[in-house]
Design a protein around this ligand. Structure first.
Ligand code: MG
Length: 157
């Protein structure tokens, strides 16, 4: 049995008037959201890169290049579903994945279980969601942006 781990990191700037979607969950009351080519859901993007790196398929930029109109504006959830399909098509099973959201907003704690359910549904394997702040340090601590770190474990034959 082959086991492969992978990791992914993503960050986006937070700007006024953009919808806040994080870890597949919408936060309609947030005044700011991630700037980006898509919805800027850093949790989904980090999970994509964790799965892609574990499977050796590359990374998000390589697969969904910003110049490719097919994926222009695609939500993080849609990209994650596509990555899961591609990883499975290579013969991998996904054992589990984890993602940690790093920043001041959105407040993940009240929505954490919901996010886990949404992401677990997309990935087809348990996805754990956690969150942390940075004690006011760096761009995340100043509220200029939000980031996420993820990992994934794949099982092969
Ligand atoms: Mg991104």
């Amino acid at each position: 049995m082959r086991l492969r781990t992978g990791m992914g990191v993503d960050a986006h700037q937070l700007v006024d008037g953009r919808p806040m979607v994080m870890a597949g969950v919408s936060f309609p009351d947030e005044p700011q959201g991630p700037e980006g080519h898509s919805d800027g859901d850093v949790a989904c993007h980090a999970l994509c890169d964790a799965l892609l790196s574990a499977s050796g398929l590359g990374d998000l930029g390589e697969i969904f290049g910003t110049s490719d109109p097919q994926w222009a504006g695609a939500s993080g959830s849609v990209l994650l579903g596509e990555v899961v399909a591609r990883v499975r098509a290579q013969g991998w099973q996904i054992a589990n994945a984890t993602v940690q959201v790093i920043g001041n907003r959105p407040k993940m704690a009240p929505r954490r279980r919901e996010a886990e359910q949404v992401l677990t549904g997309i990935v087809g394997a348990p996805v754990s969601v956690s969150a942390t702040s940075t004690d006011s340090l760096g761009f995340a601590g100043r509220g200029e942006g939000v980031m996420a770190v993820a990992n994934a474990l794949l099982i092969g034959d």
